[in-house]
Design a protein around this ligand. Structure first.
Ligand code: NCD
Length: 303
């Protein structure tokens, strides 16, 4: 008869409770959405949900006491950098802010990760990726709508230079969804992303107008035209006001649809829309805090 021998786990007596390095993300870099599986996402969202409950219950707690986050932002990014700062501070850690150095290169964080001994989290690299924003975008959809499979997501605005839509489209392709892209011709979703998603069997439709797409949408994801990425300012002027969401626009949308925006907005959603319960963009920013808390706790082995 075989005797069952339980697996042994060597626990470090010098580490405080909960710090047993069991997180699958312990010590890892967060560089690209391409590194995540659906299981990973479920794990992250589970931790983020717990963070949400903890913040609502106690506000701040000492999970990362003694840990230091170096917040390196090479381009202006008020929301993302303050979201990381508050995430670290709510977990009891501290932050060294380093700003004002221009460095908008795609791939910069992957390069840093190759040489750094500490985990690197990509908070947006030029027009490349913005994985923490995509995670918080998807977490918003999960918390607000309950399910991702079966949804129709319509992305609107600057789909060429908007890095958030690039990362989000890739993450969504892990699910059974349909994507609509609405943009001026010069700001269409890059062909390589469309091709990549095609290979995953995702149905994608491009259009210059929102009208036909809106009634079937469960999520309307609006982006600003990324002025700073244009070489030709006349081209920016010609497309900057291409779409404006007004209360009237939403009359043709589903009751349960959510309107998202990574912020800042510069006129693509009228302020009158803020009163509509479907306007999820301020709640979306709050979900970002919980996702970043989850990521920080996970890479430091505390979740
Ligand atoms: C976005 C970004 O930085 O790419 N903002 C954000 O993540 N809060 C979108 C934008 O700047 O328009």
């Amino acid at each position: 008869m075989a005797t069952y021998i339980p697996p042994t786990r060597v626990e470090n007596p010098y580490l405080p409770f909960g710090d047993q390095r069991s997180s699958p993300f312990y010590g890892r870099d967060i560089i690209s959405v391409k590194q995540f599986s659906r299981n990973d996402l479920e794990y992250i969202f589970g931790v983020a949900h717990e963070m949400r409950e903890m913040v609502q219950r106690v506000g701040t707690f000492d999970l990362l006491k003694g840990k230091i986050l170096a917040n390196l932002f090479y381009e202006p990014s008020t929301r993302t950098s303050s979201s990381f700062t508050s995430a670290m501070e709510r977990l009891g850690g501290s932050v060294i802010p380093i700003n004002e150095v221009r460095h908008p290169e795609v791939g910069a964080s992957a390069l840093a990760a190759r040489y750094a001994r500490k985990p690197i989290i990509n908070a947006g690299d030029g027009v490349g990726e913005h994985p923490t924003q995509a995670l918080l975008d998807l977490f918003t959809i999960v918390e607000e709508l309950g399910e991702v499979d079966g949804l129709v997501v319509t992305m609107l605005g600057d789909l060429k230079y908007g890095r958030t839509v690039h990362s989000l489209a890739r993450l969504l392709s892990l699910y059974n969804i349909r994507l609509n892209y609405v943009s001026p011709d010069v700001l269409r979703m890059p062909a390589e992303i469309i091709a990549e998603l095609n290979e995953n069997g995702i149905s994608q439709t491009e259009s210059a107008g929102l009208d036909g797409m809106l009634p079937e949408s469960d999520v309307l994801y609006v982006t600003r035209v990324q002025k700073e990425r244009f070489g030709d300012q006349a081209e920016y002027e010609s497309v900057k006001g291409a779409y404006v969401i007004m209360p009237d626009t939403l009359r043709r949308a589903k009751e349960q649809m959510i309107v998202m925006h990574p912020l800042p907005r510069v006129g693509e959603i009228s302020m009158e829309v803020d009163e509509d319960p479907r306007a999820a963009y301020f709640r979306q920013m709050e979900y970002g805090l919980y996702v970043r808390m989850a990521l920080l706790a996970m890479v430091l082995g505390k979740a």
